[in-house]
Design a protein around this ligand. Structure first.
Ligand SMILES: [Zn+2]
Length: 290
């Protein structure tokens, strides 16, 4: 990828090295609960007959006054100066250029997401997550969360090295942000509450494959408008899409696959949809639901 020396995004929150990824501490009493909160929790527990721990969690959230969701106060928003951080900020910037343009062409305004870099664990509006869940997008705060050590795993555990494999991961998460902007995430969320687990998984697969396709649409524009890809990059992206397919992961973990339990799609499906987006550059080809 020809990424060096290009624009970096100003939408990066660098929370690496912060305890608990900012806003919360691990273990013991929930962070930020004062004596007043403790008293409220105990009173509520006594009069309402509810678990004091549950009340404490709520009180803790209230007392932090949204600090968990928006801890800008203690977060660096300047461009990271390490290589990997700069890389992530550059890929994010390129997704901004792409999606601002694609949305504008459709008469819409693109609201840029933020990218939170963290290490170990992080507090988001979607809860408290360890890096073990992998990169994720939280629709409630419109932020992509990424522990950059995932790129190591991508190379060593999943056998998908290369900068474009990493860019695909970021573009896939940004794809979820596009779905959020277009109201698709909300629609899927509502649908899932009305169907069986197996059907819910199928919906999840469609949503994930669409994010892969949208990552492909980004790659198309990054290539056409800014000549970002080098020979071999597309293969790196496809290898990454294949490496994290449900069948490949299940075979690795348990020796067999259970398609009903898939939530992201098979290796072949993931490669196919990424390639489809890349070939056309048109979000209309990304309708995985019909
Ligand atoms: Zn996803």
């Amino acid at each position: 990828m020809r990424w060096r020396g290009r624009r970096t995004s100003s939408n990066v929150e660098d929370r690496r090295g912060m305890r608990g990824g900012g806003g919360m501490r691990m273990g013991g009493r929930p962070a930020g609960v004062g004596c007043g909160g403790l008293v409220i929790a105990l009173l509520a527990a006594y009069f309402l007959g509810v678990d004091p721990a549950a009340v404490l969690q709520i009180v803790s959230g209230l007392e932090q006054g949204g600090q968990v969701a928006a801890p800008q106060r203690e977060v660096s928003t300047s461009t990271p100066n390490d290589e990997l951080g700069q890389f992530a900020a550059t890929v994010l910037a390129d997704t901004e250029d792409t999606w601002n343009r694609v949305f504008a062409e459709r008469g819409r305004r693109y609201q840029e997401p933020r990218l939170v870099l963290f290490s170990g664990a992080v507090a988001s509006a979607c809860g408290y997550n360890s890096a073990a869940v992998g990169p994720f997008y939280c629709p409630a705060d419109s932020k992509v969360y990424l522990d950059l050590s995932f790129f190591d795993q991508l190379e060593r555990r999943f056998g998908a090295p290369g900068d474009f494999a990493q860019a695909y991961v970021i573009a896939h998460e940004v794809g979820h942000h596009i779905q959020n902007q277009l109201g698709i995430s909300e629609h899927v969320h509502r649908q899932r509450q009305m169907v069986s687990k197996a059907q819910g998984n199928q919906l999840s697969v469609k949503q994930e494959l669409q994010a892969d396709c949208l990552a492909g649409v980004w790659a198309y524009h990054a290539q056409r408008d800014r000549n970002l890809l080098e020979p071999g990059d597309l293969e790196e992206g496809l290898r990454a899409a294949s490496a994290i397919g449900d069948d490949t992961l299940q075979k690795k973990a348990q020796g067999y696959t259970v398609p009903e339990s898939w939530t992201h799609g098979s290796s072949e499906q993931r490669m196919t949809w990424f390639a489809r987006g890349f070939q056309s550059g048109d979000i209309d080809v990304c309708d995985t639901f019909n």
